[in-house]
Design a binder for this molecule. Sequence first.
Ligand code: 13P
Ligand code: ZN
Length: 273
Amino acid sequence: MGNKDVLNAPFLRAFVKTASNMYRLGWDERNGGNISYLLHEDEVAEYLNINKVVRTIPLGFDAKELIGKYFLVTGTGKYFKNVEEDPANNVGIFRISKDGLNAELLWGYEDGGKFTSELPSHLMSHIARLKVDPENRVILHSHPTYTLAMNFVHKLDEKEFTHTLWEMCTECIVVFPDGVGILPWMLCGTNSIGEATAKKMEEFRLVVWGMHGIYGAGKTLDEAFGLVETVEKAAQIYILTAHLPRVNTIKDSEMKELAEYFGVNYRKDFLNL
Ligand code: 13P
Ligand code: ZN
């Protein structure tokens, strides 16, 4: 058990590739952004000795709903551009301890580092999303340029923000029919922003942190990434056109038609029909 090289594990390859793509797209400058991926015990056990805890790191909050669960998480202060070439120093795999208060490190953070400072938001969001969707496995946080730019010039109201995004690409309402939740600017890295994010995650798979960035949730890395990517595309079109006279627009009746044709359960209260 646990004798295959974890650097070749499909879950690790997909994770570091996601970090590289986020970096390449300019969403994650320096150490900006973080990713957490819920792993199944049997997939971890194929690569690591799950009885050998390398280090125990206090979480700083109670994660009892995740006791015994395994996570692959980016390290705090680590640059996204370096994740793919050096996963052992930049990411870690840990299990939530039996008392729910510690991370039992099994691999990674080799230079003595630890998980992201945004772990409260990640783990609390996992707890919230798992209640809505037992298959949810990924929470990711990022600072995508146009989404952030839009934060400074658009009202931070969930209905209005979502509606503007839906108007910018035909497929937006199909990709995120549940819309985008929004938190006002808050101090990051705290348990309070974690609790507020998780509360929004009961309702939304996308949560904007006012003037900071965005969170996405999904069953897979691709799903969470794709949600943020679609918001970012719509935000880019908004920023490219916001100062120009609007000649054409996708109408609310057309968005309704799209949502019904693709059979998605959309936020009807976010349309003006
Ligand atoms: P970390 O380096 O601790 O992951 O923090 C980055 C970040 O984006 C904070 O919101
Ligand atoms: Zn951030």
